[in-house]
Design a protein around this ligand. Structure first.
Ligand code: CAA
Length: 253
């Protein structure tokens, strides 16, 4: 699977790499990129061989500097945009991905860029990373899940501070607020993200997928419902391990 205009997709054994690839525009998120990512994620979701995915941005300056502002003026009508979203909802697709997604972040991570990162499960950042939600300063709202994912990850006070002011955060501040889990030197960022993906890919895939599901879906449940979900997924994992353990081990060797 290749030939995308705005992203590079590479599969390497049981891990996959997705590179946002518009470095001349700081990997700004365009309509074409939305369509490319929609196709890539759809294929990854259906591919049992892929057990973890690493997202990164091409070029030195940015993971992604947000929505393509040059396209904003040529945006389709609200009705058309709503229709497109109903048939090609990239953000819900991100949310439904069964495999762990790892974001390797550097440079500018703004607007839609940070929103993509927040749909990932593990975020590593190099020391030069700059995070921000400039939407309110542009007279718009985040529309790729940011108002919902950010408070779930960083807490409401930090989310309000970032979203209402458009203030940019350094990598250290992002680490302090739980937005990223590690700061990694720029030269080792990608290798470390891939090592992490390989490590995850070496574990029982059903256990990994169900753990992710329990955590992500559990966030939207009451504690009581969450305990039920955990119990059900734990039981399912045990049964699947008994029934398919050998099959999965052989298949992914
Ligand atoms: N859209 C389109 N092109 C962009 C872009 C964007 N978001 N960000 C940068 N570029 C382009 C620039 O136009 C420039 O292209 P040219 O060389 O052809 O002029 C190239 O990338 C390099 O950018 P700069 O020269 O501006 O680089 P810089 O180092 O001086 O500044 C920056 C970097 C501070 C990130 C600055 O580019 C900037 O402020 N970009 C816009 C950030 C932004 O506001 N993004 C939109 C967020 S809103 C959003 O994402 C909406 C949503 O969720 C719904």
């Amino acid at each position: 699977m290749n030939g995308f205009e705005t992203a590079i997709y590479e599969k390497d054994g049981s891990i996959a790499r997705v590179t946002l690839n518009r470095p001349q525009a700081l990997n700004a998120f365009s309509v074409r990129m939305r369509d490319d990512l929609f196709e890539i994620l759809g294929a990854v979701k259906a591919d049992d061989e892929v057990r973890a995915v690493v997202f990164s941005g091409a070029g030195d300056k940015a993971f992604c500097a947000g929505a393509d502002l040059k396209e904003f003026l040529t945006a389709p009508s609200a009705v058309k945009a709503r229709h497109i979203r109903s048939v090609r909802d990239l953000w819900r697709l991100f949310l439904s991905m069964p495999q762990p997604l790892i974001a390797a972040l550097h440079g500018y991570v703004l607007g839609s860029g940070i929103e993509i990162a927040l749909f990932c499960d593990v975020r590593l950042a190099s020391p030069d990373t700059v995070f921000g939600f400039p939407e309110v300063t542009l007279g718009i709202l985040p529309a790729a899940g940011g108002t919902q994912t950010l408070p779930r990850i960083a807490g409401l006070p930090a989310a309000l501070d970032m979203l209402l002011t458009g203030r940019r955060l350094s990598a250290q501040e992002a680490l302090d607020r739980g937005l990223v889990s590690r700061i990694v030197p720029r030269e080792t960022l990608l290798p470390m993200a891939e090592d992490l993906a390989r490590e995850i890919a070496s574990f029982d895939p059903i256990a990994v997928r169900n753990a992710k599901q329990a955590l992500i879906r559990g966030m939207d449940l009451t504690l009581d419902q969450g305990l039920d979900l955990e119990w059900r997924l734990a039981a399912e994992t045990k049964v699947a391990r008994k029934a398919f353990g050998h099959f999965y081990t052989r298949r992914h060797e």
